[in-house]
Design a protein around this ligand. Structure first.
Ligand code: C5P
Ligand code: MG
Length: 195
């Protein structure tokens, strides 16, 4: 099962993908987490990605598509995988189509999580507060200014993926304004309905 989680920053992609990954035993591939790990490890990709992420912009299509292509060839992706945060541009979506077709596989569904913009900023503020309360380190791009940039990048570069995948009949609309467990239930029922 190949599932794409699509939605603006703070929509709950990571939370829901983690739930589905746990429940169905298929890996969650979060390009954001992979890039942050590369930054921490100080790899060449990490060195390039740091400034881009801190500016709320996007790492190049070639770099992220390459990371994903390598990752899905690992053994644990044989049964399927969940894409959280990729693709983010139309070019990435086309590259992903090629990567998947080349491996004789297909995308099963694209979950489009819909959340109001005001709610996203509220969620960001509570994510910052919760991280601080827990004594954790707030992400360098989790501040209101960078977040606004991330939202703008989402609407100009990523939102066009919704009509792209809708034309292919792959979109399942998910109401991301509901409580976490209700959103999880909506997603479960979409995935249960896949043949
Ligand atoms: O997906 P997530 O919100 O964790 O991504 C955090 C940041 O990582 C993005 O704002 C962007 O700068 C970078 N990123 C990217 N390309 C991706 C995924 C993440 O440039 N495919
Ligand atoms: Mg995330």
């Amino acid at each position: 099962m190949i599932v794409i989680f699509l939605g603006p920053p703070g929509a709950g992609k990571g939370t829901q993908a983690a739930y589905i990954s746990q429940k169905r035993g298929i890996p969650q591939l979060s390009t954001g987490d992979m890039l942050r790990a590369a930054i921490t490890a100080g790899t060449p990709v990490g060195k390039k990605a740091k400034a881009v992420i801190d500016a709320g912009e996007l790492v190049s299509d070639e770099i992220v598509a390459g990371i994903i292509a390598d990752r899905i060839d690992e053994d644990d992706c044989r049964k399927g995988f969940l894409l959280d945060g990729f693709p983010r541009t139309l070019e990435q979506a086309r590259m992903l189509d090629d990567i998947i077709a080349f491996r004789n596989r297909k995308i099963d569904v694209v979950l489009a999580l819909q959340v109001d913009e005001n709610a996203l900023v509220d969620r960001l503020n509570s994510r910052i507060q919760q991280t601080k309360d827990a004594g954790g380190e707030v992400r360098s791009d989790d501040n209101v200014e960078t977040f606004r940039k991330r939202l703008e990048v989402y609407s100009t570069q990523t939102a066009p993926l919704i009509p792209y995948y809708r034309d292919q009949g792959l979109i399942a609309d998910i109401d991301g304004m509901k409580p976490i467990n209700v959103v999880s239930a909506q997603i479960d029922s979409v995935l249960d309905g896949l043949s």
